[in-house]
Ligand binder design. Structure first.
Ligand SMILES: O=C1O[C@H](COP(=O)(O)O)[C@@H](O)[C@H](O)[C@H]1O
Length: 225
């Protein structure tokens, strides 16, 4: 089921995430969120990081990672540490995807073990979508895409055909195992991508379709100008 929220703002999205985390903490004592990298989540991180939650009970994981050093400008870990895990959110635990392996394929088993050790299900995923219809690091035409859409593993190494860096990504099954998925869509280009994703066509051409076409996990689209 997909719910559309129009006129979204970083504050309204942070409200929804903060409430989900607070509910999880109240019900189970802990909360687990996986967040995307890229540009889109930055204003949401800024609105979320000062929310009055018991952040010491929150664990932050990643939706995907570029296989670069954690201080590289393209590192999603660097982004999350610098833009989310500060202020009140500095008390949260963080589970990186990047490890010491030389490449993403070599690092996948260690990442899989680290993510399997997390409590499940994820309470919430802050998902992203590229203008090419990729989500997480499930890229159109990636050689590993079919496996990423079908495997029961939580993570997969991906070689994007047209984007920089090897990736480590949550798989579709791991994404859909979340209690709730929040997908912000901002700007004309992303809105056009979303409309294209709603049209008939293969999932392989726009992997976000696999998230939008399923009916088991609630997906909230937060749409802004
Ligand atoms: O490469 C990536 O791209 C997507 C979309 O990024 P954005 O900059 O267009 O918001 C992101 O969701 C993913 O985490 C990231 O690794």
């Amino acid at each position: 089921m997909t719910t559309e929220h129009s006129h979204a703002t970083p504050a309204s999205i942070a409200d929804a995430i903060g409430q989900a985390l607070a509910t999880a903490i109240a019900e189970r004592g802990t909360a687990l969120i996986a967040v995307s990298g890229g540009r889109s989540p930055i204003p949401i991180f800024h609105a979320l990081r000062s929310r009055p939650l018991d952040w010491s009970r929150v664990t932050v994981a990643l939706v995907d990672e570029r296989w670069v050093a954690p201080d590289h400008p393209d590192s999603n870990e660097r982004l999350v540490r610098s833009e989310l895990l500060v202020d009140r959110a500095a008390a949260a635990a963080f589970v990186p995807m990047k490890n010491a392996a030389a490449d993403a394929r070599g690092g996948q088993p260690g990442c899989e073990a680290a993510y399997r050790a997390l409590p499940r299900p994820l309470d919430i995923i802050l998902l992203g979508m590229g203008e090419d219809g990729h989500t997480a690091s499930l890229f159109p035409d990636a050689p590993e895409l079919r496996a990423g859409l079908e495997t029961d593993a939580l993570t997969i190494a991906v070689t994007p055909p047209a984007a920089p860096h090897q990736r480590l990504s949550l798989t579709l099954s791991a994404i859909l195992a979340s209690r709730r998925i929040i997908l912000p869509i901002s700007g004309a280009a992303k809105r056009a991508t979303y409309q294209a994703a709603l049209s008939p066509g293969p999932v392989e051409a726009m992997p976000i379709r696999a998230v939008l076409r399923q009916g088991g996990t609630p997906v909230e689209l937060w749409i802004s100008d």
